[in-house]
Write a protein that binds this ligand. Structure first.
Ligand SMILES: N[C@@H]1[C@@H](O)[C@H](O)[C@@H](COP(=O)(O)O)O[C@@H]1O
Length: 263
């Protein structure tokens, strides 16, 4: 049961961010899985926007467990993933398609044709970007978008920059992101320098956004994203303007926010 003092609501005009403080990564993952599961129960053919990285692994594990117990049915669910590396195909273990198959899609009763990840091998990348935006639109938009948070405040692969990008596009990854993701590759040189990602605009069009963050190394990024100025230098800060964001972060990630009396 979520205690009231573990929840804080930030309002700004028509925008709302609800911040839930989880004890640890395990609790964060269970709470996030609860929300996703509730979304699928309320709307069995929901369009879920999904993310990769370490942050959602526990959430996917929980969903798989509930699916095995018969508590959650993915047969009508559709998914769109945020991003993919350029130059990796789905059989490459470092690709995001591989990650999704391994952590979720292969373990639940989802129809693989209902799962979408940008094609990092597309010959015509501009076309792939346009097609991906159209696909999301044709699906009726994203009902619930799951997001992790990069150390530099990136969401999907929207890196800090001079402007917020709207639709799906190609990005040059920053050194910070390449370093953070190098652990998933045999050698640092193997990390692709470019990726394809849904834009900040596409992310904001989701009806509901669920952000999960754990660990003290993300404390600054969380504080700046939700309590700092809205700026493309910290892409996640734009989430402050969305009308329905739920942030579930563990104690360690919220350390700075707590120290500064913001919670
Ligand atoms: N493209 C992904 C993001 O979608 C992810 O949210 C972020 C944080 O990753 P992690 O959860 O491993 O810290 O970085 C990666 O680069």
């Amino acid at each position: 049961m979520m205690k009231q003092d573990k929840m804080r609501v930030l309002r700004r005009g028509g925008a709302m961010v609800r911040i839930y403080q989880a004890e640890d990564e395990g609790q964060m993952s269970r709470q996030a899985a609860n929300l996703i599961s509730a979304q699928v129960i309320l709307k069995p053919d929901a369009v879920l926007g999904l993310a990769t990285g370490s942050s959602p692994i526990g959430t996917y594990r929980q969903l798989v467990e509930w699916h095995r117990k018969g508590d959650i049915d993915f047969s009508e669910v559709k998914t769109v993933n945020l991003d993919e590396y350029l130059g990796l195909d789905g059989s490459s273990p470092a690709s995001y398609r591989f990650f999704m198959n391994e952590h979720l899609f292969d373990k639940v009763n989802i129809d693989v044709n209902h799962t979408h990840v940008p094609n990092g091998m597309a010959e015509d990348i501009d076309r792939e970007c346009r097609d991906y935006d159209r696909l999301v639109q044709d699906l009726g938009g994203v009902d619930l978008q799951l997001l992790g948070l990069g150390h530099n405040g990136h969401i999907g692969f929207n890196e800090p920059g001079d402007a917020f990008e709207n639709g799906t596009h190609v990005v040059e990854l920053t050194e910070s992101t390449i370093n953070a993701n190098a652990r998933l590759f045999a050698r640092r040189e193997d990390v692709p320098r470019r990726a394809i990602t849904m834009g900040v605009g596409s992310i904001l069009r989701a009806k509901k956004i669920l952000v999960i963050v754990s660990g003290e190394d993300k404390a600054r990024a969380v504080r700046d994203a939700f309590f700092g100025p809205v700026t493309p230098q910290l892409p996640a800060s734009i989430l402050q303007l969305h009308r329905d964001v739920v942030l579930i972060a563990d104690r360690a990630a919220l350390r700075l926010c707590r120290m500064e009396g913001r919670l």
